[in-house]
Design a protein around this ligand. Structure first.
Ligand SMILES: *Cc1c(COP(=O)(O)O)cnc(C)c1O
Length: 366
């Protein structure tokens, strides 16, 4: 058997005719940028998430850095982010010249809200709450801290499309919710795409202006903006994806349910869902207490692909050497980098494939 960590072709083939019809419809429309598809997708996504406004952008990274830019956060400012975040989260902060300040994750693989206050300084302006792996941060605690210290909150929901904290969809707690529609994400496009959601009408309007060279009216540029437009084909295809998202989520929950019930190994700790949250299982991340790389190699030999999310914590990456951090500064993130392993998880994964993965993991002899 040959099982990929994520097989995008499977999900595509479940509704291929619908995607193909939509792509042709947009191609034949003669209108490719900022049109009807984008407008409708924005309305539908805002409705799905439960936010008042959605603005389509070119990528998740754009959603992040433009958020900090429009919230007025830049050089000399600090933004708190979890130490095991994806590198794009940190780049979203540092692209405007702001400084990322790392806070360690908890047992749910996301920021430990109880450690945030110790990291706040007079320069702290915002908290970036990253909902990693389809899990949710403790948004009640994070919003409490933000309110009592006068901080902005940006949520990175790139990996958490539509899961909840205490019944409310992530992305609707902070000032802005940022989404990536990179193909592997929950609602994945067929190329790069992203968006923000917010309940602040004036802020939403600023995003609309900024993404299009700072202009509302063509050739009338109010501010120095960027080109970060969601295009019509991606928006159209995302509308098809969104119409099936509840099925996709239910299928991933069923796969995760089997993994949780049937995986059993003394060296493996299964993922934990924070009480009060639900998960869309963007990734199924196990912690291997010892021999993670041996397990990955053993699975590979059997034809099972896995991924490490992520092998190098941002503070140890070459890109952030200028922060002057060293090994030992964030021991939990460093330990996680050595023990996490994401098992195959994708829509269209057969029961036989799930069984094969479960049996291979359970049979691993270190
Ligand atoms: C994918 C991702 C991003 C970046 O999104 P792009 O669309 O690839 O720019 C940011 N944050 C997280 C947590 C992600 O998983």
């Amino acid at each position: 058997m040959n099982i990929l960590p994520n097989d995008l072709g499977r999900q595509y083939s479940l509704h291929a005719a619908e995607y193909e019809a939509k792509a042709l419809e947009v191609l034949r429309s003669g209108w490719y940028i900022l049109g009807r598809e984008v407008e409708q997708f924005e309305a539908e996504w805002a409705g799905y998430i439960g936010a008042k406004y959605c603005v389509g952008l070119a990528s998740g990274l754009d959603a992040l850095w433009i958020s900090f830019r429009l919230l007025g956060i830049g050089r000399g400012d600090e933004v708190i982010v979890c130490s095991n975040a994806y590198i794009a989260c940190v780049m979203g902060i540092s692209m405007n010249g702001a400084t990322p300040v790392f806070v360690e994750p908890d047992e749910y693989d996301n920021i430990d809200a109880e450690k945030i206050e110790a990291a706040i300084t007079p320069r702290t302006r915002a908290i970036l709450a990253v909902h990693l792996f389809g899990q949710a941060c403790d948004m009640t605690r994070i919003m409490e801290i933000a309110h009592s210290h006068g901080l902005k909150v940006v949520e990175d929901c790139a990996q958490s499309h539509g899961n909840h904290w205490q019944g409310k969809t992530v992305g609707t707690f902070g000032d802005v919710g940022c989404f990536s529609f990179y193909p592997t994400k929950g609602c994945g496009a067929f190329g790069d795409a992203g968006c923000i959601v917010t309940d602040d009408e004036a802020l939403a309007q600023k995003f609309r202006v900024f993404r299009n060279y700072g202009s509302e009216k063509r050739y009338h540029n109010q501010i120095v903006g960027a080109n970060s437009r969601l295009d019509e084909i991606q928006a159209g295809l995302l509308r098809v994806k969104l119409s099936h998202l509840p099925e996709f989520d239910a299928e991933r929950r069923a796969i995760a349910g089997r993994y949780l019930a049937e995986l059993r190994h003394p060296l493996i700790r299964l993922p934990r869902v924070r009480p009060g949250a639900d998960s869309t299982w963007h990734q199924f991340v196990i912690h291997v207490k010892k021999g993670r790389d041996e397990l990955a190699a053993c699975l590979k030999e059997k034809g099972i692909g896995t991924i490490i999310h992520y092998p190098i914590p941002p503070h140890l990456s070459e890109a952030y050497r200028y922060l002057g951090k060293k090994r030992g500064d964030y021991p939990i993130a460093e330990r996680y980098a050595g023990e996490v392993l994401s098992l195959p998880m994708y829509n269209g994964m057969t029961e036989e494939e799930q069984t094969f993965v479960i049996e291979a993991v359970n049979a691993w002899e270190p």
